[in-house]
Design a protein around this ligand. Structure first.
Ligand SMILES: [Fe+2]
Length: 301
């Protein structure tokens, strides 16, 4: 089965690239690394060439998700595995690989939601370490989507992608880790009309959550949930909206799982107390925007 290193990057469509570039650099605190004309902008919060890609588009949404696997052999394993499952995996063309600064990369589409995954093992490492200017972002943490065909999507993620379930919230939310990455969740699947739920950045200090709240308030960025504390993972969170109203999250702290003999998944009650132990309530705008594009937008032409 496929073995992953980490969540590599999330590619988003935005409707005003200039505005979003400014937001992701000066409000979220990512570092711009490169740009392709007026079509795409790359940002990092690590040594990787990119952890977020923004594409100029007509409608905001999730273009694809990059997962870094442990080694190039894992790409062979994944390609064969996806082919056997009848998923028709695709190799990313050399020209696009050059733009992405990645070695061999393969794409596969989740059949229920259309979500496009890209697996790779090598990405250009930047000369300098990421030096956070705002929130001390430790890493791109996780992403979450809604799926109507919840049960069959979950089956795909566990059986085909080799994600492991960490916890459930009844039959409507599943927190998964990309095996053997230790974090409680790299990916969350929620039941609902297909769309992006949110993209998360993990902060390295609890003060980051408080200072981010004030930065959002000072810049009139809508905060849609938090600061609060999630019961399943123990993480302290703050959710806010990007210029297209897509939901982003900062969080601090998360349970880690060992590769061998991890604890069993818990089934948690679907209640506000589970979502926020501090008693907060999400704003209705939270997780309301972000189409899943799948193959419709996947390349810089
Ligand atoms: Fe989250």
């Amino acid at each position: 089965m496929i073995r992953y290193n980490k969540l590599g990057y999330v590619a988003l469509n935005v409707t005003d690239l200039e505005k979003s570039k400014d937001f992701y650099e000066n409000i979220v605190g990512l570092e711009p690394t490169s740009q392709v004309g007026n079509e795409a902008a790359f940002f990092t919060c690590s040594r990787d060439h990119h952890n977020i890609i923004l594409y100029q588009g007509e409608e905001p949404g999730l273009v694809r998700v990059g997962l870094e696997v442990e080694s190039s052999e894992q790409l062979d394993i994944a390609f064969e595995h996806f082919s056997k499952a009848g998923l028709n995996p695709q190799e990313v063309e050399r020209e696009e690989l050059k733009l992405l600064g990645q070695g061999r990369s393969i794409r596969v589409q989740e059949p229920n939601t259309g979500l496009l995954f890209e697996l790779y093992s090598d990405i250009v490492q930047l000369g300098k370490e990421f030096k956070p200017k705002l929130t001390k972002i430790a890493r791109l943490g996780h992403f979450a989507i809604f799926a109507n065909e919840f049960d069959s999507a979950l089956k795909f993620f566990t059986d085909v992608m080799n994600f492991k379930v960490s916890d459930y919230i009844e039959d409507s939310v599943v927190f998964m880790r990309i095996f053997p990455n230790p974090y409680h969740h790299t990916f969350t699947l929620a039941k609902g009309d297909e769309r992006l739920h949110h993209v998360n950045f993990m902060a390295s200090d609890i003060d980051d959550i408080g200072t981010a709240r004030n930065r959002m308030l000072n810049n009139e960025v809508p905060i849609v949930f938090g600061p609060g504390r999630h019961s399943p993972s123990g993480a302290i969170f703050l959710y806010f909206l990007d210029p297209d109203q897509m939901t982003l999250e900062y969080s601090f702290g998360m349970e880690e799982f060992p590769e061998m003999n991890p604890r069993k998944p818990k089934s948690l009650e679907h209640s506000l107390e589970i979502l926020d132990m501090w008693g907060g309530k999400p704003d209705p705008r939270m997780s309301s925007v972000g189409r899943i594009f799948g193959k419709e937008v996947s390349a810089v032409d």
